[in-house]
Design a protein around this ligand. Sequence first.
Ligand code: GLU
Length: 276
Amino acid sequence: MPPATTRFAPSPTGLLHLGHAHAALFAHRAAAGGRFLLRLEDIDRTRCRPEFAEALLEDLAWLGLSWEQPVRVQSRHFPDYAAVLAGLRARGLLYPCFCTRAEIAASASAPHGPEGALYPGTCRGLSPAQRDAKVAAGLPYALRLDMAAALRAVPGPLCFEEAGEGRLRCDPAGFGDVVLARKDTPASYHLCVCHDDALQGVTLVTRGVDLKPATQLHRLLQALCGWPQPAYAHHGLLLGPDGRRLAKRDQAPTLRALRQAGRTPAEVRVLAGFPD
Ligand code: GLU
């Protein structure tokens, strides 16, 4: 196998903690002899902050990592994502959804998929005239994938290659009519991550196992858009001393705090599960 192109793709919503260091070192290690990229997934302008982006570049360099330049910063590329959305919409694969969160929650008897309650499809059935009237009235809308139409548009079945497991079968239908552009964010994580992995020539996607279900949807988007299919290696999540997953909300130690407490990069790499 030729050496891989991998990436670490954090969202600058806070300071990096040991779990991020584990993910970054995992991706870096997997690129051995190949290319290692860094991408800032900062499309959510309400949660991402430039100061966290700056801090994470500094923390990763302190940890001893280096990456190819330039770093792709997703928020600078909204027109790229808009063009993909326009293409999917022109093929009848997306529709505008005017429902509020409250309206969707009210139909809570709906079955659940990997990302919570499945959208009941209310706006899928609107006529073009009804849609136009709502848009003209200035109602904000999200863009949803018409899952049934999308599945008809790709030659099935979809699979992906997982390190150590082989070929795994995908069932993206479980996501229902997933949102690909939100009312307040013009593109979704799912769309941007697939677009950028293709654009940047990523051949091996490494990320936490919590995102493994999403790969089924990503394979569908790749097939719909004609993007190449990377291989995948989903890694386990670093657990805290209490056995729970490290996360910002649990006040996991940040790389910055460890550094300020006098830990060396080598010591932090050990704590992050990469002793050599
Ligand atoms: N930006 C995502 C996160 O911070 C990672 C996406 C990915 O690696 O596919 O969780």
